[in-house]
Ligand binder design. Structure first.
Ligand code: ZN
Length: 235
């Protein structure tokens, strides 16, 4: 028995030598008892606690635009912070485990909260297929999958699609962005999700226009209820 443990440790040490486990927040080497991010980054994570405190901060972003059941974000996003580093690793460095990490975290919390108990299905904000081909993955997919696992419900990437590729719209104001996005998303069918409570997941909410146009597309499904969970919110 000790012999096998020794082999295990040797393999792990070799793996660490060639593929060092580093913190997804600050790139420091991780200790044996650390996963995804180091203890220091973990303590500095700017958690919103919206869902734990019953805060409607994110819900209010959509006030007068989309009627949401629940809305929460795990983290506050700020430029040059740990969260920006996490998002950069997730979107541009192929580090899909950022999504796993954040999804597990938020999923564990949501499964203890009443308002999320009747959610039936998790749907990620989709990428246009040309973007998906370029990046190779939807950066929200693992996040959504982990939340669905925690809530023990379906994860659905089929129903909602992005039908029009949009350029980054940094220079447009909120009104123009909303109108530009209005016909960007569509649903492939509207029978299986009839009367269901959908949890729409995304990476960062800023103006909320992407989620708004996804919600508008989903509203074509009869009797649908929509909640939102994101990795982060821009303050
Ligand atoms: Zn760190």
């Amino acid at each position: 028995m000790p012999y096998f443990i020794f082999i295990d440790e040797m393999v792990i040490n070799l793996l660490n030598l060639f593929f060092p486990r580093v913190c997804l927040g600050c790139s420091a080497y991780l200790g044996d008892n650390e996963a995804y991010i180091c203890t220091s980054c973990r303590h500095q994570l700017p958690l919103t606690n919206f869902h734990l405190d019953g805060s409607e901060t994110l819900k209010n972003v959509f006030y007068g635009r989309v009627n949401l059941e629940q809305a929460t974000a795990l983290l506050h996003f700020s430029k040059r912070g740990i969260v920006q580093q996490l998002m950069h690793n997730l979107k541009y460095r192929g580090q899909q485990k950022v999504g796993v990490f954040l999804g597990k975290w938020l999923g564990e919390e949501l499964k203890t909260i009443d308002g999320y108990q009747d959610v039936d299905v998790v749907i990620p904000v989709p990428l246009h297929k040309s973007k998906l081909r370029r990046r190779g993955y939807n950066q929200v997919a693992r996040f959504g999958q982990e939340i669905a696992n925690a809530l023990e419900i379906e994860f659905n990437t089929k129903v909602l699609q992005k039908t029009k590729a949009t350029k980054t719209q940094v220079f447009k104001n909120r009104f123009l962005r909303s109108s530009a996005n209005s016909a960007t998303f569509s649903i492939s069918e509207n029978q299986t999700l009839k009367g269901k409570h959908i949890l729409l997941v995304d990476d960062i909410v800023t103006t909320g226009s992407t989620i708004e146009s996804c919600a508008n597309a989903l509203m074509d499904i009869k009797g649908i209820k929509i909640s939102v969970a994101t990795m982060a919110i821009t303050d």
